[in-house]
Design a protein around this ligand. Structure first.
Ligand code: FES
Length: 580
């Protein structure tokens, strides 16, 4: 190899992205000397390099199979003639991230992007699964721009409690609600705690992790069938091997991520989000990923799509099954077959073939009861509806498929909690002035307010009402909700209370109208009164003196822009998606 090889603009493999010593030939010489210290030969180092983002962590049981997946990816890479190089990045687990995993998603995306840029690799395999990890990786890879392929860790197995099948985390919430309502005792709640997570892997219902797995496949970012195999199965390991081999071919073909993350791909992902009754977090993450490639999500168009896209997937929390059942029913191919007339079939995928070609290759379906036929949906419209009105000029959303139909047209008196601390202090107070017809409002849990837009929008039913048998109430916040939650819950109110706007000015006793039919969320207070309140109650935005929190508070965007940092979005916006 000549000294000049490293200067070629098309540098590949170990010659890519040389460290700046002022002498590129020396930089490559030094790099190879060091890696040979690990026992590599020149023959190995001449191969295309496939980076493998390792997000295994003792704090992340959703990624507990990372060692087995890495081994299988490496096998696939080697079989296809590449050189696998795994490297660590941040790993974020829902229950082990304070104040909330969303606060760290953008940091993980920066870590992923910069490690892809900094280290020599011709393609990258992204191993992710737990809620924020897949969007973080797709955001980072979209900005880095090289060929990238997503490998989902896979869902956990379901457990069994006293003869009843259980799985995280819809059943976690259900059993906890029973405990709060005195329907089960401390002994039983401790017993079910052992059964809710029966193996490593991601939550077994259609929560955010499963949603993002399906979205990743719908975007064309996984191998076909990559969304559904559970974490501990042979199918998952085979997907990993196939992913490694595919990454080598993507490197050869220069199948860069911008060729896959197109407006058509995002439209397909939104279709799937609606049809699976997916997590409301999916919209935020899609907006963030789209923003990295210069696209804005059009919430009005998304809502129009929702009116013509039924929920077909019968999984908890909207339905009754679990992810492993979806896999046994044929996984995403079964769903996509039903949605075929609504899909953009020409969208490119990581296989180098279009979604339509992959669907054709998947062959015919078979009899199963997890994915409904298009004309026999479990819910006639898409799972998510987009709301507008003077309470949320920038929009809000509701997961209508998980809401109580009786509450979707409702007017009631607001019972306001100013922030999460206020909620914790008063929600269970015996003297709380609240009735079942009231509307619970929680402010200051948005992107800047909490900060990090925690999944605190699942406001608990006040203890005294829960004990009286109340199961659902209309609840409104500027925060998010876990995809495993359910109820008549309005989320992502934009703008959030912490930066001012009408939501900051809601007071207990105000009347609020929710009409999902009309896509309306209105504060029944006059414009003049709201303007007066804004003058009397000037909002001071939160700030911080140092560190990541300072960066976060200065640059985080609202929900409609994916809660990404403004400087991480693509500098130019090319348009909106979906286009219709
Ligand atoms: Fe990781 Fe649910 S906690 S997917």
């Amino acid at each position: 190899m000549s000294q000049d090889d490293s200067k070629k603009p098309t540098a590949t493999g170990m010659q890519k992205g040389l460290t700046s010593y002022g002498d590129q030939g020396f930089s490559l010489f030094l790099r190879k000397a060091f890696i040979k210290g690990a026992g590599f030969t020149d023959k190995a180092l001449d191969r295309p390099v496939i980076g493998i983002a390792n997000t295994g962590s003792a704090y992340n049981p959703c990624h507990g199979n990372a060692p087995q997946l890495i081994e299988a990816v490496k096998r696939g890479v080697m079989l296809a003639g590449g050189l696998p190089m795994d490297f660590p990045t941040i790993s974020v687990h829902e229950s082990f991230a304070a104040p909330t995993s969303m606060y760290l998603r953008n940091l993980m995306s920066m870590d992923t992007e910069e490690m892809i840029r900094a280290q020599p690799m011709d393609a990258v395999v992204l191993i992710g699964g737990c809620d924020k990890t897949v969007p973080a990786q797709l955001m980072g890879a979209a900005s880095a721009g090289i060929p990238a392929i997503q490998l989902i860790t896979g869902s956990m197995l379901t457990g069994s409690h006293r003869g009843e099948r259980v799985g995280a985390c819809t059943d976690c919430r259900r059993y906890w609600a029973k405990f709060r309502a005195d329907e089960i005792d401390a002994e039983e709640v401790a017993a079910v705690n052992n059964q809710l997570v029966a193996s490593v892997g991601t939550c077994s219902v259609m929560g955010t992790a499963s949603t993002m797995a399906c979205i990743a496949e719908a975007l064309g970012m996984t191998v076909p069938g990559g969304a559904s195999p559970p974490a501990v199965t042979a199918d998952r390991i085979r997907v990993a091997e196939e992913t490694g081999a595919r990454a080598v071919q993507m490197a050869h073909d220069r199948l860069t991520i911008d060729k896959i993350l197109t407006p058509d791909a995002f439209e397909n992902a939104m279709r799937v989000l609606l049809a699976i009754g997916g997590s409301t977090n999916g919209i935020v993450h899609l907006a963030a990923i789209a923003g990295r490639v210069g696209l804005d999500i059009d919430l009005h168009a998304l809502d129009r799509m929702g009116r013509e896209t039924p929920v077909l997937l019968d999984l908890k929390p909207s339905g009754q099954h679990y992810m492993e059942d979806f896999h046994h029913a044929g996984g995403m191919a079964t769903l996509l077959r039903e949605l075929k007339p609504l899909l953009k079939l020409n969208a490119m995928t990581v296989t180098g073939r279009t979604l339509g070609e992959e669907l054709a290759a998947a062959g015919p379906g078979f009899k199963q009861d997890v994915v409904r036929p298009f004309d026999q949906p479990i819910y006639p419209q898409g799972g998510i509806a987009v709301l507008h009105g003077n309470l949320a000029p920038g929009g809000a959303i509701i997961k209508q498929s998980a809401a109580d139909p009786k509450l979707m047209e409702h007017e009631g008196r607001a019972v306001v909690f100013e922030n999460a601390q206020d909620l914790a202090a008063r929600i269970d107070a015996p003297d709380l002035d609240v009735n079942a017809d009231d509307i619970l409002v929680l402010k200051n849990i948005g992107p800047k307010g909490a900060p990090g837009m925690p999944e605190a929008g699942y406001i608990p039913i006040p203890m005294k009402l829960a004990r009286a048998g109340v199961k659902d109430m209309v609840r409104i916040s500027d925060g998010r909700m876990s995809g495993t939650g359910y109820g008549t819950i309005v989320l992502h109110v934009t703008p959030e209370a912490a930066i001012g706007g009408p939501f900051a000015q809601v007071r207990s006793g105000d009347r609020i109208r929710l009409s999902v039919k009309n896509r309306e969320i209105s504060l029944l207070v006059s414009d003049q009164e709201l303007a007066q309140r804004s003058r009397d109650n000037v909002i001071v935005e939160p700030t911080a003196k140092r560190g990541y929190l300072k960066l976060f508070l200065q640059t985080v965007t609202q929900a409609d822009q994916g809660v990404d940092f403004d400087f991480l979005r693509a500098p130019d916006t090319h348009g909106k998606t979906p286009k219709n």
